[in-house]
Ligand binder design. Sequence first.
Ligand code: HEC
Ligand code: HEC
Length: 179
Amino acid sequence: MNTLGDDMFQLRHLPVICLTTLLMLATTNWSALQAQTIDPHRVYEQRCARCHTDHAGAFARESLRQDEDRIVGRKSGRALQAFLTAGHGRAEAAEVEVLVDHLTAILHRDALFQRKCRFCHSQSLGLARGKLILREGRLTGRYTGRDITDFLGYHGRLTADEAAQMVDTLTQHLQTAGR
Ligand code: HEC
Ligand code: HEC
C-alpha cells in the first residue's frame, strides 16, 4: 500500500537515485554491452559473404585453423583478429570481437566432433540435418524418437560438459538450417 509518507520518502531520494544511475551508466563498458546485441551471422553476411563463402560455419572450416591460442588463415597464416582489426572486411571493433569469438567457437566445436565422433559419423551438420529434429525445443532422433540429450550421456564417450556443448552444436545446425 502506498501512503503519502512513502511517496515523500521516494521523492526525497530521487536525486540520489538519478545520480547513482548516471554513475552506473558512465562506468558501463559500452563496447561489451554493444557486443552482446550483435548477431555474428549478420555481421558475417553483411561484411564478409560478398567475397567469401555464404556461411560463417563453412568459412571457419574451409579457411581458418587454430594455431596455438590464435585463429589464423589457412593459406596466409595471418592472425584473424589482427587482420580484421587492421581493416580487412571493414567491420567495426565490436563486430570484429563478436565475429572472432563466433568463428573460434565453431572451430572448437568442430575439433570435438572430429576427435570423438568422426570415426563413425562423417560430419556434424549432416548428422543433425539428416537424422535429428527439434521437438518442442528438444533435440530428438528423427526416426528413433530418442531424446538426444539423454542419448549423448552414454553415446560417444563425452564428458558431461562436452555432451552439453554437442547438444548445442547439433541444435544450432538445425536452427540455422534455412540460413
Ligand atoms: C572485398 C572483398 C572481401 C571482403 C568484403 C572480405 N574479404 Fe577476406 N579476403 C578477400 C581476399 C581477396 C582474400 C585473399 C584471397 C584468399 O586468400 O583466398 C581474403 C582473405 C581473407 C582471410 C585469409 C584467408 C587465408 O586462408 O589465409 C581471412 C581470414 C579473411 N579474408 C577473413 C574475412 C572476414 C572475416 C571478412 C568479413 C569481416 C572478410 N574477410 C571480408 C576478400 C574479402
Ligand atoms: C563407434 C562408432 C560411433 C561413435 C564413435 C559415435 N557414434 Fe553416434 N552412432 C553410431 C551408430 C552405429 C548409430 C546408429 C545406431 C543407433 O541409433 O543406435 C549412432 C547414432 C547416433 C545419433 C542418432 C541417434 C538417433 O536416435 O537417431 C546421434 C545424434 C549420434 N550418434 C551422435 C554421436 C556423437 C555426437 C558422437 C561423438 C561424440 C558419436 N555419435 C560417436 C556410432 C557411433
